[in-house]
Ligand binder design. Structure first.
Ligand SMILES: NC(=O)c1ccc[n+]([C@@H]2O[C@H](COP(=O)([O-])OP(=O)(O)OC[C@H]3O[C@@H](n4cnc5c(N)ncnc54)[C@H](OP(=O)(O)O)[C@@H]3O)[C@@H](O)[C@H]2O)c1
Length: 317
C-alpha cells in the first residue's frame, strides 16, 4: 500500500522523532507532540494532547493521513507505578480511541507496544506465549493492545524494545551508556537481565515493510537474539573504541526498584522474519548502524551540531 501521508504521535519522543526523520523523504509526514516541541528539518509538527479526543479528531480531519503510527505513551515505568489511572488513560484508553478513529477514517493504525509484556525463564517468547506483565506500565500497554484490536481488528501491534538517538536531551539506553563511557562516569549494568533491543531506525524500516505487506495483528520486532544489559554496554564500548572501565556489573537483586522489571523479556522474532522473508538485525549490526548514524550526518539533523564523539562529549559534559 503506497502511503501519501503518515501521522506520527510522540513526535518529540525517541521513536516518533526518528520515525518522522526516516519517512519524510518518501511521503508527507505530520508529527504530533504534547509538551516538548522539537524541530526536525523538513517535518511538520502539531501540538495535540491525545487525551483530548475532539482535538485529535480535528487534526485527523484536517490532515487526512493514510496511516497513524502511535508512538506516544507514558513510558516512565516508576511514574506509571505510582499513577496507575494516568497510565491507563494514556497507554490504553487513548489507544482504543485512536484505533477506532483510524477504522472510521479508513487509515492504517500502528500501535507500539513493549517487550515488557513478557517474562519467561528462558526468554524467546513468541507472540502466542502467555503475557506476564509485572508492573503497571506493562499492564496498561497490554490493555492498550487489546483496546486497539477491539476497536480496529486491522491494527498492527508492534512489541518491541528500542534504543537510538533522541532529538531531545532525554537519553535512550544506548546514549546513557555512551555518555558514561565518554565522560568516564560509573554506570551499573545488569548481568542478569536480558533483552533483544532494536535500533529505532531498524524498527522504522520493519514497520514500513509490514505496512507495505498489509500485515496486521501482533508482531515481536527486536534483535535476532537476546543479550544481557551488561554485554550490550560492553559491545557498545568495544564498537566505539572506548574503555569499558566505567561499566560495572551488578545483579538486579542489588537494586531496590519501585516497580518490578522482567528479567528475560527476550522475544522470538520468527513471525516477523517469516512475514518479511528477511532476518532481523543482530545486536552488533544494530549498534554498528547506531555509531554510523553519528559519523554519517544523521545525528546532526536531529541533534543540531552533533556529528562526532567529541561533539557529544561537549554536549553531555
Ligand atoms: N524506550 C524504550 O526503551 C521502549 C521499550 C519498549 C517499548 N517502548 C514503546 O515505544 C513507544 C515509543 O517510546 P519512546 O521511548 O519513543 O517514548 P518517549 O521518548 O518517552 O516519548 C513519549 C512521547 O509521548 C508523548 N506524549 C506523552 N503524553 C502525551 C499526551 N497526553 N498527548 C500527546 N503526546 C503525549 C510525549 O510528548 P511530549 O514529550 O511532547 O510531552 C513524547 O513524544 C512507546 O509506546 C513505548 O511504550 C519503548
Amino acid at each position: 500500500m503506497a502511503m501519501k501521508t503518515v501521522m506520527v504521535s510522540g513526535g518529540s519522543g525517541l521513536l516518533g522523532s526518528n520515525c518522522l526523520m526516516m519517512l519524510k523523504d518518501s511521503c508527507r509526514v505530520v508529527g504530533l507532540y504534547h509538551s516538548h516541541s522539537v524541530e526536525l528539518p523538513g517535518v511538520e509538527m502539531w501540538p495535540v494532547d491525545l487525551r483530548d479526543s475532539a482535538a485529535v479528531s480535528r487534526v485527523i480531519d484536517m490532515v487526512k493521513p493514510d496511516a497513524f503510527i502511535h508512538c506516544a505513551a507514558l513510558t516512565d515505568v516508576d511514574y506509571c507505578e505510582a499513577h496507575p489511572e494516568v497510565a491507563r488513560l494514556l497507554n490504553s484508553d487513548v489507544v482504543g480511541n485512536l484505533a477506532g478513529l483510524a477504522r472510521r477514517n479508513d487509515m492504517r493504525f500502528v500501535q507500539i507496544s513493549t517487550d515488557a509484556v513478557y517474562d519467561a525463564p528462558h526468554g524467546d517468547s513468541s507472540e502466542t506465549a502467555p503475557a506476564r506483565p509485572l508492573n503497571v506500565y506493562a499492564t496498561t500497554k497490554l490493555l492498550g493492545e487489546q483496546a486497539a484490536l477491539n476497536e480496529n481488528s486491522a491494527s498492527l501491534i508492534i512489541r518491541t524494545c528500542i534504543y537510538g538517538w533522541n532529538a531531545r536531551n532525554k537519553l535512550s539506553f544506548s546514549e546513557a551508556i555512551l555518555k558514561a563511557l565518554l565522560l568516564a562516569e560509573k554506570i551499573a549494568l545488569f548481568r542478569d537481565v536480558f533483552f533483544s533491543p532494536i535500533l529505532v531506525n531498524d524498527l522504522v524500516d520493519v514497520i514500513s515493510s509490514l505496512l507495505a505487506a498489509g500485515c496486521s495483528g501482533i508482531y515481536n520486532v527486536g534483535a535476532s537474539h537476546g543479550i544481557s544489559k551488561l554485554a550490550f554496554g560492553e559491545m557498545l564500548a568495544e564498537l566505539s573504541q572506548l574503555s569499558t572501565l566505567p561499566i560495572c556489573s551488578i545483579s538486579i537483586e542489588e537494586k531496590n526498584l519501585s516497580a518490578a522489571r522482567p528479567r528475560n523479556p527476550v522475544m522470538s522474532v520468527d513471525k516477523v522474519q517469516a512475514a518479511l522473508q528477511r532476518p532481523m538485525p543482530t545486536v552488533e549490526q544494530g549498534l554498528v548502524r547506531f555509531m554510523r548514524l553519528l559519523g554519517g550526518g544523521y545525528v546532526n539533523n536531529i541533534k543540531s551540531g552533533v556529528a562526532t564523539l567529541s561533539d557529544l562529549r561537549e554536549v553531555w559534559q
